[in-house]
Design a protein around this ligand. Structure first.
Ligand code: GTQ
Length: 347
């Protein structure tokens, strides 16, 4: 065929919004994942003063419902995602404030960082918030926060907002009053479901607002980490526990999961990579996260993102102290779609 005919074919096809598969570059069906964003780190020294300064610019319930700074990756500007599927956000609430009740289809997990005396109520179930606690806000669950203690209260939110928007399923609905009333006794879900392996026999008759464990207190996470450290170490993570639904043994929520891991002084893990994206929150200590060839040094409060299929390894930089990393990931979603893959480095 003469070159002009060739060219006119391609022009004509594209004018009809068709693309010849054989002419599409490799990114379309790449040999391996090519995530459209880089590893990234937010330093706590940059976040903390700006989170505190937000108090001068908004009060929850007055021109906005939550005092939250969203971690918006510079390569994901069109979605404001922290990774392509999830958001990390930092929330701050002051004594006497109330963040009003509403519900939305994106689900949330919360990791409590500092402060005392704030509470969150989810579907009428009030939960305490203490440093290290892990709390759930399932999809479409009514939730509000109040602070009856002293000093600022700070926690990290993880939400699947980018994923929910991608699916085309974002909905938000305000509650019919500013705050919910408590409909079950305090600590109900922890009393019903909080002791591993021992569950109430007459479950269907019990009044459980959310039907499963909603709050994972820090002392239990700590205890679990200590216990597994003496057993089977994970060569890629150190001592690591995953938050799970005690009734099913499966993920706490359908899309997002979370882990807490402890690295011994100077511990260095092996590298692995997987098809889930992860946002690490440095809860305690000082360490370094190798992503690809680059070591990202972190201190307490930093957040680091590992995009899918990026080799990564952990190092505790302290000679004396343990390092603790909390992480949220989209692994449950990726696994549910049959797309979870992991590769390990045997060196
Ligand atoms: O605490 O309800 O970071 O609704 C983003 C959306 C927190 C919350 C966020 C929310 C909340």
């Amino acid at each position: 065929m003469i070159p002009d005919e060739q060219q006119s074919y391609y022009t004509d096809v594209r004018q009809h919004h068709l693309e010849p598969l054989w002419a599409i570059p490799d990114w379309f069906l790449s040999v391996e994942p090519l995530p459209p964003y880089r590893p990234f780190q937010w330093h706590w020294r940059d976040v903390y003063p700006r989170l505190m300064a937000a108090a001068k610019h908004m009060v929850p319930g007055q021109g906005g419902s939550r005092r939250v700074l969203v971690y918006a990756h510079p390569d994901l500007k069109s979605t404001l995602g922290t990774t392509h599927t999830l958001n990390v956000a930092m929330q701050m609430i002051l004594p006497g404030e109330e963040a009003p009740a509403y519900r939305h289809t994106p689900l949330a997990i919360r990791f409590i960082i500092s402060g005392q005396g704030a509470m969150t109520t989810v579907n009428g179930e009030r939960m305490a918030m203490e440093s290290g606690d892990f709390l759930l806000t399932p999809r479409w669950a009514w939730h509000d926060h109040r602070h009856e203690g002293e000093g600022p209260m700070i926690w990290m939110d993880g939400l699947d907002i980018p994923l929910t928007r991608y699916v085309g399923a974002i909905f938000v609905e305000p509650y019919n009053q500013p705050m919910q009333t408590e409909t079950v006794p305090f600590l109900q879900s922890e009393k019903l479901f909080g002791v591993a392996g021992l569950y109430p026999k007459a479950l269907p008759d019990l009044h459980a607002a959310n039907g499963t464990l909603m709050s994972y207190p820090w002392h239990q996470t700590r205890q679990a980490l200590n216990a597994i450290r003496d057993t089977v170490p994970n060569p890629y993570e150190g001592a690591i526990v995953e938050y799970r639904n005690p009734l099913t043994g499966g993920p706490v929520l359908p899309t997002l999961g979370a882990t807490m891991q402890a690295l011994l002084p100077l511990e260095q893990t092996r590298r692995h990579r997987h098809t889930s994206s992860v946002a690490y929150y440095a809860y305690r200590g000082e360490g370094s996260l190798q992503i690809g060839q680059t070591w990202h040094d972190w201190v307490e409060g930093d957040v680091l993102v590992v995009p899918p299929w990026h080799w990564h390894a952990h190092r505790n930089r302290s000679h004396s102290d343990e390092a603790l990393l909390f992480a949220i990931s989209d692994e449950p979603m990726v696994a549910a779609l049959g797309l979870y893959r992991e590769e390990v480095d045997h060196d």
